[in-house]
Design a protein. Structure first.
Length: 353
C-alpha cells in the first residue's frame, strides 16, 4: 500500500467546525482582556506582593519630607554621613618604597575594619607623562594589591619636588569622592609641590574649592625629611599655609593648632573638619609602625565622628537625643542651615509622637 493511501482524507465539515470554534475562542479572549485590566486596576498601587505571593503588604517606603523642612535637612545630612568614601594618595617616586608597602597594609586593615568605599592613587611629576597620576580604578585591582604592584622607578624626572597639587586635584575631581557624601583624603608623601610644566601649574585655590565642594576631610602625612633640600621643608609649609589654613578660614574655623609629637610636629583642627598635618624633624623619617599608627588613628577619629553624627541624628528623629547629642550636632548641622533652636524644637515635637 502506498503512503498516501494510508492517510485518511480530511473531512471538510469537521475542518469548518474547528475553524469556527477557534474564531469564537479568540473573540472571547479579546473581549475578556479589557475586563481583566479593569479588575487589576482596582487594587491600590501602593501594595506589593511579599514572599511567594501568599500575602499582600503595604509598601514600606515613607513619603519624602517637604523640601526645606527640618526633617528634609536631617535626612540629607544622614545620607551624607552614611556614605563614606576614602582615597589614599601616595607619592610614587624613589625613597617611598617602604612607605607604600605600609600604606598597602593599612589599606588591607581598613577593608577588614570599616564599611566604606576606598580608592588608592599615586602621583609623580610632569616629566613622567601618562604615569604622572594613576589610581586602582584604572585596573580594577584591590587597593592593597595595586599598591604592592606600584613601581617607584622614574624614567625622566630628576628633581625632588613633585606634582603634589596636580595629584590632589585629580583625586578630588574624580567621582570616587562624591559630592553630598562623607569624603576623606589622606596624602602620604615626602617632597613639596612645584609646577614642572604648565599642566601641573595648579593653584592652591583649586584644591581648596574642591575640598569645600566635596566637603572633604584632609590629612597630609610627610614620611621623611632626609636632607636640607628646601623641597622637603616645602611639603609641610605648603600644606599648612596654602591649603589647610586658607580652607579653614573660609569655614570661619580658627581651630588649626600646632602640637609637638615624638619625631615631628602635627597641625590639627577640631573635630568638625578634621584637617591633620604631620611633618617629621629635619634628617628624620617615620618608621613603618609610626606611619601605620598615624593613618589608623586619623581614620578612627574621623570615622568615629561620622558614626557619632549618624547615631545622634537617629536619636533626634525619635525624640531621644540628649543635650550632649544636640550640642555635638550644632556645628555640623550649621552647614545645613539648621540652628540649635530648630533642633531643640524638632526634638520636643518628635518626643511627643
Amino acid at each position: 500500500m502506498r503512503v498516501h493511501e494510508m492517510i485518511e482524507p480530511l473531512n471538510q465539515g469537521d475542518r469548518r467546525r474547528a475553524i469556527a470554534k477557534f474564531v469564537v475562542v479568540c473573540g472571547i479572549l479579546l473581549l475578556l482582556i479589557p475586563a481583566i485590566v479593569l479588575i487589576y486596576n482596582q487594587f491600590p498601587a501602593d501594595y506589593m506582593l511579599e514572599g511567594d505571593g501568599a500575602q499582600i503588604a503595604p509598601a514600606s517606603a515613607d513619603p519624602a519630607p517637604e523640601a526645606g523642612t527640618t526633617e528634609e535637612k536631617l535626612r540629607r545630612a544622614m545620607l551624607e554621613r552614611s556614605n563614606v568614601n576614602l582615597t589614599l594618595l601616595v607619592d610614587a617616586t624613589p625613597g617611598m618604597e617602604a612607605f607604600i608597602k605600609t600604606v598597602a597594609e593599612v589599606a588591607d586593615t581598613v577593608n577588614r575594619t570599616y564599611a566604606l568605599n576606598m580608592m588608592v592613587a599615586c602621583y609623580r611629576d610632569a616629566a613622567e607623562g601618562q604615569w604622572m597620576y594613576l589610581d586602582n580604578d584604572m585596573t580594577g585591582e584591590s587597593p592593597g594589591a595595586w599598591l604592592r604592584s606600584l613601581s617607584t622607578t622614574v624614567m625622566y624626572d630628576k628633581d625632588e619636588p613633585e606634582a603634589v597639587y596636580y595629584g590632589l586635584r585629580q583625586a578630588l575631581r574624580g567621582p570616587h569622592l562624591a559630592k553630598g557624601e562623607s569624603n576623606i583624603l589622606i596624602l602620604i608623601g615626602d617632597a613639596g609641590n612645584h609646577a614642572q610644566e604648565t599642566i601641573t601649574d595648579v593653584p592652591a585655590s583649586d584644591i581648596i574649592d574642591l575640598l569645600m565642594t566635596k566637603n572633604c576631610y584632609l590629612a597630609a602625612i610627610q614620611t621623611r625629611q632626609p636632607t636640607s633640600d628646601p623641597a622637603f621643608a616645602a611639603f609641610g609649609e605648603q600644606m599648612r599655609r596654602e591649603i589647610m589654613a586658607p580652607a579653614l578660614q573660609r569655614y570661619q574655623d580658627n581651630s588649626l593648632t600646632e602640637e609637638k609629637m615624638k619625631g615631628g610636629t602635627a597641625m590639627l583642627s577640631d573635630a568638625k573638619h578634621h584637617y591633620y598635618l604631620f611633618t617629621p624633624g629635619k634628617n628624620q623619617r617615620l618608621s613603618p609602625d609610626a606611619l601605620r599608627q598615624q593613618m589608623l588613628h586619623y581614620l578612627e577619629s574621623t570615622i568615629s565622628s561620622v558614626y557619632s553624627h549618624i547615631r545622634a541624628i537617629k536619636a533626634l528623629q525619635t525624640g531621644k537625643a540628649t543635650q550632649e547629642d544636640i550640642s555635638m550636632l550644632v556645628p555640623f548641622l550649621k552647614d545645613y542651615s539648621i540652628s540649635k533652636q530648630e533642633l531643640e524644637t524638632y526634638q520636643t515635637t518628635a518626643s511627643r509622637k
